[in-house]
Design a protein around this ligand. Sequence first.
Ligand code: PLP
Length: 392
Amino acid sequence: MTDNTQYLENQIDELKEQGLFNNIRVIDSPMDAHVVIDGRKLINLCANNYLGLANHPRLKEAAKKAIDEYGIGPGAVRTIAGTLSLHEKLEERLAQFKGAESVVTLQSGFTANLATVPAVVGRGDVIFSDELNHASIIDACRLSRAQVVRYNHNDPADLRRAIAETTEYNRRLIVTDGVFSMDGDIAPLPALVEIAQEHGILLMVDDAHGEGVLGRGGRGIVDHFDLHGQVDIEIGTMSKAFGVVGGIVAGKQPIIDWIKQRGRPFLFSSAMTVPDVAACLEAVDMLENSDELVQKLWSNGKFFQTELQKLGFDTGDSATPIVPVMLGEAEVAQAFSKELFKEGVFAMAIGFPTVPKGKARIRVMNSAVHSTNDLEEALSIFETVGKRLNLI
Ligand SMILES: *Cc1c(COP(=O)(O)O)cnc(C)c1O
């Protein structure tokens, strides 16, 4: 008898030999400043839970109340079973919050990209895509069947070159991450807007790591650069700073209307669940009423980055609360992460192919939930491990 999954086992063994197999840690506590793993409490520097909303009492309360009123599940896709008033309310509130004409929510940021790109461009069209764009953008571009032309990372001059060299097209789209999550750098959106307007090209930014982080009170990258009305499509997620789960497409009314007609994850996959929507509504409420959490996030990020630099670590070029600690070879970053774990810090090593060879790192995700004490404790552990491994 042939074993038709043997080839997968072989591939898994290969990953293990190369040290590239993902061992997924099991967390026995809420996602918060600390997490419990294997019965030990560790300082959590891994989560995208920027504002600490994943375990916030107000979001939990809102979710519970909504369950009592509306139940749990949406029942079917929105075009078939109708849409809950809660979803509409969240979309209106998000549009207001972000200063966008209209918003549609999806199940996740990933599906927001999959719903959007193939809906707005197709065969015969061209997409100009930053070479470091997120996997969900890459997949969305492939699904669209449009030609994809990559341009050098955050390089408007190279984008201009790519546009000039591409003469065969029907419609055109420029797409970029807002914040690049491995380095924490920000897309040069004003320059991209200028180029898009000059050539009459649609412009789309995926602001997954900027939602709740950049802009006034976390209103995102478009607000950060004060480019309201000038970016055609803004993708967002509620799984990072919002601490819940869910995708956002914000933009001009016809784009949102069209995604509700032709976006396949909108048409063929059910909507966000009731507790998710209610928790996200509460998050919007909190952000509209106070920028305290966003301020705390940024001051924590700055503090951690500055102190790591003082200790002699290379923290790259981050312009956001994401702090990469550049360590070079993947083995070094792996060893560093293991030592941190032993000492009480949960921070992941990131290596090839997520980042280029020789640019392995520990990525520190700062959050508004960490106290100064937590950060000082983590820094002292970074110092201990850095010295132990002869890196500082
Ligand atoms: C995380 C991320 C996503 C996926 O968001 P989910 O809501 O987790 O599916 C999409 N795009 C970018 C740029 C991201 O960083």
